[in-house]
Design a protein around this ligand. Structure first.
Ligand code: HEC
Length: 442
């Protein structure tokens, strides 16, 4: 795992906070709600723009050419939005996930995955920006224009793939051990379903955004559009929203069916029904746009799809919570451990790795006193009975506390307390000294 720890050196902010771990789940939902819709529209506008631009050029359809350029200018041409809505949430999510997975084997790995995602998404945003600029001399350099569009779409697809594999891997505790390097972005049906769901939902949402921005936002652009162009935009927006919402619903079902066993629960299915409900409303309304030739429902379609996104993140968060619990990785427990670690790290005198009596006293109170007393039997044996047999051998006592082994059949085995060597040594110093004192006083 050493190569993965690199990520933490990128994060000067990195310091687990117990309370932050608890709210990290909600933060992930909120950040996804900024990041995913934004990247969806960027990806969708590049794909739709590229398709209509090349078709418009080679089949000499000026309306399509106009549409392809307007889509990019309206939806995909804003570096500031890219940074605030995509990059900042991603970087914050990276920190949130590192907290959420604190203490698990993929704590560092997940950070690394999201770092790769961030780099790819940044490249995708820049590539889309350059692609938008290439409309200026598209007719002289159509191949260059196409190549730039393909480059932007490809980079964004790679970024989305990295993002999806980062978040779906969290549903699969049994795979965490296998993640030793950054290369195997795990490949399985659940992940493929989620990836396709992302792409299809992105295209559906872009269709809805086209309807919304051309016809509703700020009064719409209808004054600048003649009837023919208006119909083209309406049919394109309505048709893509309808088709890709249906595909999204199928992919979502596939995603639910292929969820790993630990992630499933009635609660997750229940939330899943809400996701499908929003998609169903979208399908009905976008069908209405095509059949009634009216864009009156453009705003509600846009809102339904935002509802779909939000419910999808809530469902995923619930599934993730299930997986973490199943892994016996209760957030409360982790929060307790984090709180203690921080207490130790914060208090000046315990900085560093030196074992001390004071640190031992602190650790003893936090981690050992629940099961031990010096003079009476609790869950574990009284120290006054067992410690003298170590005969002052601090190293042996430290080793036992560091990695307890079975000793006495009349007791259960002592669970490992997950101490670092210098912490185990501190506890050993403390116990040995106290036992000596007590024996002298007797
Ligand atoms: C969950 C309860 C529990 C906690 C917490 C716990 N112990 Fe124990 N401990 C036991 C039990 C049970 C035994 C007896 C194990 C056996 O005989 O195999 C034991 C045995 C011991 C022994 C005797 C070993 C021997 O050679 O006979 C020492 C010393 C000890 N614990 C120290 C500690 C210290 C230090 C901590 C805190 C860092 C700690 N324990 C935390 C349950 C606990």
């Amino acid at each position: 795992m050493d190569s993965l720890n690199v990520v933490q050196s990128f994060l000067p902010l990195y310091e687990p906070r117990a309370d932050f771990i608890i709210i990290a789940r909600y933060i992930v939902i909120v950040l996804s709600f900024l990041f995913v819709p934004y990247i969806s529209v960027l990806f969708g506008s590049v794909v739709f723009s590229l398709a209509t631009s090349t078709k418009g050029h080679f089949e000499e359809k000026p309306l399509l050419s106009r549409f392809s350029e307007e889509v990019m200018n309206m939806l995909g041409n804003n570096l500031v939005a890219g940074i605030t809505l995509a990059l900042l949430p991603l970087i914050t999510m990276l920190i949130a996930f590192s907290h959420l997975m604190y203490g698990s084997v993929i704590e560092a790995g997940i950070g690394q995955y999201l770092l790769i995602t961030t780099v790819l998404i940044l490249a995708g945003i820049i590539a889309s920006y350059i692609y938008t600029k290439s409309f200026k001399n598209r007719d002289d350099a159509i191949w260059m224009h196409t190549a730039l569009g393909l480059g932007a779409a490809g980079t964004l697809t790679a970024g989305i793939f990295a993002f999806v594999s980062s978040v779906t891997i969290l549903l699969w505790p049994e795979k965490w051990d296998q993640i030793q390097t950054i290369i195997p972005l795990t490949y399985d049906w659940n992940m493929i379903a989620r990836f396709k769901l992302f792409l299809f939902a992105a295209l559906a949402f872009t269709g809805a955004a086209i309807l919304f921005y051309f016809f509703r936002w700020d009064g719409g652009k209808e004054e600048e559009m003649d009837a023919e162009y208006s119909e083209l935009v309406r049919n394109f927006g309505g048709g893509t929203t309808l088709g890709f919402s249906i595909l999204s619903a199928l992919m979502f079902l596939w995603f639910m069916v292929t969820l790993p066993y630990p992630a499933k629960s009635y609660g997750v299915y229940f939330l899943g029904v809400a996701v499908l409900f929003f998609l169903m409303l979208t399908v009905l309304r976008s069908y209405g746009v095509l059949s009634s030739r009216s864009t009156a429902s453009a705003t509600s379609i846009f809102v339904f799809l935002l509802g779909f996104f939000l419910m999808t993140f809530v469902t995923e968060s619930a599934a993730r919570g299930n997986s973490l619990l199943y892994q016996n990785y209760s957030l409360d427990k982790i929060a307790e451990k984090v709180a203690l670690d921080i207490e130790i790290a914060r208090s000046e005198k315990f900085r560093g790795v030196e074992a001390t009596f004071e640190l031992g006293e602190e650790i003893y109170a936090a981690k050992c006193a629940a099961c031990h007393r010096f003079d009476v039997k609790l869950v574990g044996p009284p120290h006054l009975e067992v410690v003298p047999k170590y005969n002052g051998d601090l190293e042996a006592l430290k080793q036992y506390i560091y990695q307890p082994v079975k000793v006495d059949d009349s007791y259960p085995a002592m669970p490992s307390q997950g101490l670092k060597p210098f912490e185990a040594e501190s506890a050993a110093i403390y116990i040995m000294k106290r036992v000596e004192e007590m024996q002298q006083n007797q």
